[in-house]
Design a protein around this ligand. Structure first.
Ligand code: SAM
Length: 288
């Protein structure tokens, strides 16, 4: 079948099936073969790979994945797309289409059953309304993962790879960088999609760390500290932590910990690196 990455072919399929876009599902289909090539190259797909695609749409990227991967599983929430996918992917015997909500699936189980527990690759042009829950869900549930190569809103991609002291730096940057090395591989303008989104997009590759980049005694506690620090961005770190009702930390304990680390009493969370957050959380945990 001719590539769906060419706008005319996408239009033909959509008209034939009288498909109606559903805004609530974040449906913006890719219609640019250069961008598709770039995603596949960045994801570094080989025939040894088991690839999970989230939201295949009409199967535009799925076709590219099937050409390059060993096995592909494509999970699509919109039941109206399933008969279309049956047709656009009929040439391939290495693909399984599942009609489900990705947020409700146990991906760890999929990796165990379908890939013998070996790390899988995730590739997707993500529905933007659930970018963070999808990515954090994959990391936090400790799914065996090699990499996640995804199209996201440009601003979100920038937050994922930003460094301390920048205005984009925040809880998402720290969470992503704790689990993976983040690298923006392409910026993608709205005219590469049908319909056009209102925001710019970017492809980001997140390569899972083999070993944790920092030593942390209690991962969950560190992330509570991180969230509390950025919830009150304008406050100093010791006030932010000391006043956060959900944390068992007083302002005095926060001040002592910062002093022990040789940091200023007026420092804000946005200045701390991942390593410093790990150390801070280890000290506080020993003091509560
Ligand atoms: N991959 C296609 C492409 O690049 O042309 C479509 C990408 S579109 C941005 C996002 C896709 O994710 C849509 O097909 C949408 O229906 C699907 N989707 C939205 N929410 C989903 C969910 N919770 N689980 C699975 N798929 C979802």
């Amino acid at each position: 079948m001719a590539t769906l990455g060419i706008p005319q072919n996408t239009i033909e399929v959509l008209q034939k099936h009288k498909f109606r876009f559903q805004k609530k599902f974040g449906q913006n289909f890719l219609i640019d073969t250069h961008v598709l090539d770039k995603i596949i190259r960045a994801a570094d797909i080989t025939e040894k790979d088991f690839v999970l695609e989230i939201g295949p749409g009409i199967g535009t990227m799925t076709q590219y994945l099937c050409e390059n991967a060993g096995q592909v599983m494509a999970v699509e929430i919109d039941a109206n797309l399933i008969p279309i996918l049956r047709e656009t992917l009929e040439a391939y015997d290495n693909v399984t289409v599942v009609n489900d909500d990705i947020l409700k699936m146990d991906i760890g189980q999929v990796a165990r059953e379908r890939n013998g527990g070996r790390p899988i690759k995730v590739v997707a042009n993500l529905p933007y309304y659930i970018t963070t829950p999808i990515i954090m869900g994959l990391f936090e549930s400790h799914v065996p993962l090699e990499s996640i190569t995804v199209m996201v809103q440009r601003e979100v991609a920038e937050r994922m790879q930003s460094q301390p002291g920048t205005k984009e730096y925040g809880a998402l940057s720290l969470a992503v960088q704790y689990y993976a090395r983040a690298e923006i591989v392409a910026n993608v303008p709205p005219n590469c999609f049908m319909p056009r989104p209102n925001v710019g997009s970017a492809v980001i590759r997140l390569t899972r760390h083999q070993n944790n980049p920092v030593e942390v005694d209690d991962e969950g506690f560190m992330f509570r500290i991180i969230r509390a620090s950025f919830n009150q961005r304008r406050k100093t770190l010791q006030n932010g932590l000391g006043n956060d009702g959900s944390l068992p930390v007083s302002k005095e304990q926060a001040a002592r910990a910062l002093e022990q680390m040789g940091l200023s009493a007026t420092i804000r969370g946005e200045k701390l690196s991942l390593e410093q957050f790990a150390k801070l959380s280890n000290i506080l945990l020993g003091d509560i």
